[in-house]
Design a protein around this ligand. Structure first.
Ligand SMILES: Nc1ncnc2c1ncn2[C@@H]1O[C@H](COP(=O)(O)OP(=O)(O)O)[C@@H](O)[C@H]1O
Ligand SMILES: [Mg+2]
Length: 661
């Protein structure tokens, strides 16, 4: 996947070639192998605008208010050049004031009026503008939070295999940057351009009233501006989108490298990882410079256009004044208005730059929001609760393959079956042990029972009700899951245990911890149950984490309990200790237990041997032993390998078969 051999320059040159070709179909070229993310096609400007308007729902009245104040402020700001005309023609010159100007005719009084007007008008315009701006800023911040919340909620409801593919870095980048910048569109898409348009139109109208030929000149500039702008958008927007994509992968890989730093160190790959990171950053830098050239090029063109236009006005107007077809005041006013054309155009440029980035961000946010959440196609409306549920779990002829994208590519579902025609009926409160070699599909079966996925064929039922028809959240509240890899949040021990249930008391937490044999070691921690664990705090051993997870499950008081190698990180001694607690925990609950140690398995009501995604044997410890099949084979091998007699009676590892995984 990662060719560190290629320099960022070669990569970039290839990128530019691809970009040229891709311009026609507006593809994203992010990662090294281009079309990987190429499916995403950017939406048209208008559909983005409409989508933004929908996202902004609550803020719309404030938008309108802000645009109104902006209009008023801009119009007030348009008045000063008119005062200049009065100054030149009626104070300094001898012309009478035009009839439409409601100002005194006395020259000194008029001078004062002009001076006061010149001082007060911009100030008033600013106050009016600020008022609307403040309201809009508030609305924008609220929208900012709302969009981020929507993205967060949506991302957390996506099917598991999608969440895994989005990778931690990818989601955070989306949340941190994209979802955040979307709200800034209020300014760059509405507020600022609107002000610019009002100012532009106002200026052009005044120019037309005074001298229509001047307007014709002004209008000549506009198509040039429009054409350059279009060309620029076409170039810049795709590049900016690509930059985002590259940065996102770069960040995701960096996050990953740090998460896997032990592995990186173990294989002395620090230099390699750093090179990879640097190369990606260099590539992004080259892309950014490309984008920089495009935007600065256009700006330079405009910087040249505007002075030329001003010079033309001065020439034309100067001739007109000399030929006495125009007053001096009119010419001064003209030049003032022509420079006022500059402002809106500059504003449109800067807005347009940010708008491109932000529209690209909006596009990506919409891509995410358009993804179907988990079980969107199912009508999962029935709610279940503890009191009305017995806890019978039935698996009926289930066939399952992991969704595409999560596993190997290029094979059809049939070739990737992880479970094939699995059937199982587990009465309420009984314990089923799942046994089999690594990769057999034990965890997968539990994933279906927990409804992390739905099977492609067959059904999983709770008390005879298809899980598909049950509201997922209400079903999962009945579950308790302890896995081999325990995930603990940054927080205190107590918070981590209480994660299973809201509104628990310290007493309940301690009781649960006692049952899980976690209490002893938690007590010995520096701050007991208030010790912060996880990334920012104390590191716990694998066994300690598992005991916390077991305490969590105890507290959850589940109807259906899944113990997926829940004790694998415990040494035989601690396991013997908590075996009792687990026995208490399992009592009265439908339990699925996956364990490699015989001791955990032999007391189960039923033992199910799975291999290659199929159930190959089923029965109690004694019947299976008598059968002399796979289970008996496991046992024999285990006793053979039985290490220096563990303290647990006749125990060892069933999974000598584990060696292959
Ligand atoms: N999230 C996943 N995406 C794709 N394939 C998976 C995923 N999890 C497991 N598998 C595959 O499914 C098969 C069964 O895995 P699993 O149920 O974890 O086995 P077990 O728990 O019995 O060791 C394996 O071949 C594994 O590669
Ligand atoms: Mg497993």
């Amino acid at each position: 996947m990662i060719g560190t051999g290629r320099s960022s320059r070669a990569w970039f040159e290839e990128y530019r070639r691809k970009r040229k070709k891709a311009d026609e179909d507006d593809r994203v070229i992010g990662a090294e192998d281009g079309p990987k993310q190429g499916r995403a096609r950017s939406r048209s400007f208008w559909s983005l605008l409409a989508a933004f308007w929908r996202l902004a729902d609550a803020a719309r009245p404030i938008f309108t208010f802000a645009l109104a104040t902006r209009t008023l402020g801009t119009l007030i700001a348009l008045l000063p050049p008119v005062l200049l005309k009065a100054l030149f023609d009626s104070v300094l010159g001898t012309d009478p004031l035009p009839a439409w100007m409601p100002l005194p005719h006395d020259r000194v009084a008029l001078l004062w009026c002009v001076a006061v007007g010149l001082a007060l008008l911009p100030f008033t315009a600013t106050i009016v503008g600020l008022w609307g701006r403040w309201k809009l800023t508030k609305a924008t911040r609220i929208m900012h939070a709302a969009v981020r919340r929507r993205v967060f909620e949506h991302a957390s409801r996506l099917p598991l295999h999608r969440v895994q593919r989005l990778k931690s870095g990818g989601v955070t980048a989306l949340l941190r940057e994209d979802a955040g910048t979307v709200s800034d569109l209020t300014f760059n898409l509405f507020y600022n351009p609107w002000g610019a348009i009002v100012q532009l139109t106002g200026t052009l109208i005044i120019l037309a009233v005074v001298d229509w030929r001047m307007l014709a000149g002004g209008l000549l500039v506009l198509p040039i501006v429009w054409v350059t702008h279009r060309a620029w958008i076409a170039r810049i927007r795709p590049v900016q989108r690509d930059i985002k994509a590259v940065k996102q992968t770069t960040d995701a890989h960096a996050t990953e490298a740090f998460a896997g730093m032990r592995v990186v160190r173990a294989f002395s790959r620090e230099t390699g990882e750093a090179l990879r990171f640097t190369r990606r950053n260099h590539f992004a830098a080259r892309q950014e410079i490309l984008a920089w050239w495009w935007s600065r090029g256009i700006e330079a063109a405009w910087d040249f256009l505007i002075p030329v236009a001003t010079a033309c006005v001065v020439l034309y107007g100067g001739y007109a004044v000399l030929g006495e077809r125009l007053r001096t005041g009119d010419l001064v006013m003209f030049v003032a208005y022509v420079t006022m054309l500059l402002g809106p155009i500059a504003m449109l440029t800067t807005s347009a730059t940010s708008v491109q980035t932000q529209l690209a961000a909006l596009d990506r946010v919409l891509d995410l929001l358009a993804e179907k959440p988990e079980f969107a196609d199912e009508r999962s409306e029935r709610t279940v609760d503890r009191s009305s549920v017995a806890g019978r779990i039935t698996v009926e002829h289930v066939w399952f393959a992991y969704p595409r994208g999560a596993g190997a590519k290029g094979e059809s579902a049939e070739e990737r079956w992880v479970l094939e025609d699995v059937s199982l009926d587990v009465p309420p409160g009984s314990v089923v042990a799942l046994v089999g070699p690594s990769g057999a599909g034990k965890t997968t079966l539990c994933n279906l029972i927990a409804r992390f996925y739905d099977p492609q064929r067959g059904r999983v039922l709770l008390d005879g009700i298809d899980l598909r028809t049950i509201e997922p959240a209400s079903y999962r509240r009945l579950l308790g899951i302890v896995e081999q890899d325990v995930f603990l949040f940054d927080g205190t021990v107590a918070e981590n245990i209480a994660y299973a249930r809201r509104g628990t008391t310290r007493g309940q937490i301690v009781e649960a911890a006692r049952l899980a044999h976690a209490h002893e070691f938690v007590e010995r921690l520096e701050r007991g149950y208030d010790t912060v664990i996880g990334e920012r705090g104390v590191r716990l051993s694998g066994g300690q984490k598992q005991r916390i997870a077991i305490a969590r499950a105890v507290l959850a008081d589940p109807v259906v309990l899944i113990l997926d190698e829940a004790t694998s990180n415990l040494d035989a001694e601690s396991e013997a200790l908590i075996r009792e607690s687990l026995a208490t925990l399992m009592r009265g609950r439908t339990t699925f237990v996956i364990a490699h140690r015989l001791s955990t398995v032999r007391d189960a009501d039923r033992i199910v041997v799975i291999d290659g995604g199929r159930i190959v044997e089923e029965g109690t410890h004694d019947t299976l032993l008598a059968l002399g099949g796979r289970y008996a084979g496991f046992l024999a091998r285990q006793l053979e390998h039985a290490p220096v007699s563990p303290p647990v009676a006749d125990a060892g590892e069933i999974g000598a078969a584990r060696a292959d995984g």
